[in-house]
Design a protein around this ligand. Structure first.
Ligand SMILES: C[S@@+](CC[C@H](N)C(=O)[O-])C[C@H]1O[C@@H](n2cnc3c(N)ncnc32)[C@H](O)[C@@H]1O
Length: 321
């Protein structure tokens, strides 16, 4: 029978007693300057438990679909992994990561001086949508600005509060300069342990050293188009990704939305269901799956049960193959 891990058990990882039990180092939350729908900041404790369970402490950690890299940065900061490869096909996003490494002060100055209003939103949106614009600091900043000022952090969505700013929340409510600068400064300190790339995920996976750990968080099957537009996947790309991952004897963990296609593609792997709720367009709540290569082990429920305070009435999900 497949192991089932429920969201409430993953949530238990927030407890200091459970973290101690599993030998997790202290992990920071919210290290990413980006907001991503379905961002994986909440997953870092689970990722830590997963690495420890599989003796992958000190590994090179590859994120072929990094987005805001919410799950992996705390692992690097805590010294649980030795190096982090951040890759995103969106060149503006990848450029922002590069600049955090190469010239954080320039970015910080830009954030400090930036006026966050609808005029500036229009200015940055024009740059972001101009395909002929070079991939430079302005292109990178346009992605960052839109990510912090658009609804749900969706790069092609409208601004928080609407174009007439009549909503309850205003355009600058997520552009919290002080905390964003602090995050950039923290990541910049780790610069020599971060490599940034902007290639197709499949290429990054195939080129990664065999001993590296790959955490793949591809665009969702169901809502991908609505969130990532040109960076969403067609069915064929989901199929190709599964071939690349299953083809080689690598260490990988994959997070996906709970869709039949995903079950079809990975039914031969050790499918493990983790109910992680994610919120899109404020109301929709979905469930996510975590799938690991079959020679890796999910941190078991039994381990969590060791802690006295743990709840363990988890029901198997019928449709899981
Ligand atoms: C689900 S998001 C990742 C979110 C991330 N885990 C986080 O915590 O913020 C998927 C990311 O994959 C990127 N992407 C889409 N197609 C890609 C491809 N073919 N290769 C690499 N990255 C791609 C998108 O630009 C997007 O940033």
């Amino acid at each position: 029978m497949k192991k089932i891990i429920a969201k409430k058990n993953v949530d238990l990882l927030r407890r200091a007693s459970v973290q101690r039990e599993l030998g997790l180092p202290p992990l920071k939350s919210n290290m990413s300057p980006f907001r991503y729908p379905g961002g994986k900041g909440k997953l870092s404790k689970f990722l830590a438990a997963f690495l420890i369970e599989n003796d992958l402490h000190g590994t090179v950690f590859v994120e072929p679909f990094c987005g805001g890299a919410g799950g992996s940065l705390p692992l690097l900061e805590a010294g649980l992994i030795s190096h982090l490869v951040l890759n995103d096909y969106n060149k503006a996003v990848a450029k922002f990561w590069e600049l955090i490494k190469a010239s954080p002060d320039t970015l910080i100055n830009k954030i400090e001086k930036e006026k966050v209003d609808i005029e500036r939103w229009k200015y940055w949106r024009a740059i972001y949508e101009d395909d002929a614009h070079p991939i430079d600091i302005n292109k990178a900043f346009s992605a960052f600005f839109l990510n912090r000022t658009n609804r749900s952090g969706v790069l092609h969505a409208g601004p928080i509060g609407g174009k007439d700013q009549s909503g309850n929340y205003k355009i600058d409510c997520r552009f919290t300069k002080k905390s964003l600068i602090a995050r950039i400064e923290k990541i910049a300190l780790l610069a020599d342990k971060i490599t940034v790339k902007s290639q197709d995920a499949a290429q990054i996976i195939t080129e990664s050293p065999q001993s590296a750990f790959i955490y793949a968080d591809p665009p969702y099957v169901k809502e991908g188009k609505g969130i990532y537009r040109q960076f969403a996947f067609e069915e064929e790309q989901h199929r190709q990704l599964s071939c690349v991952l299953k083809d080689e004897a690598r260490y990988w963990l994959l997070s996906y939305d709970d869709d039949k296609l995903v079950h079809d593609l990975y039914s031969c792997s050790d499918i493990n269901v983790v109910e992680l709720s994610y919120v899109m367009n404020t109301a929709k709540l979905g469930r996510e799956l975590l799938i690991a290569s079959s020679w890796l082990t999910m941190p078991t429920l039994d381990q969590l049960k060791c802690s006295k305070s743990v709840v363990h009435d988890v029901k198997p999900l019928d449709h899981v193959v």
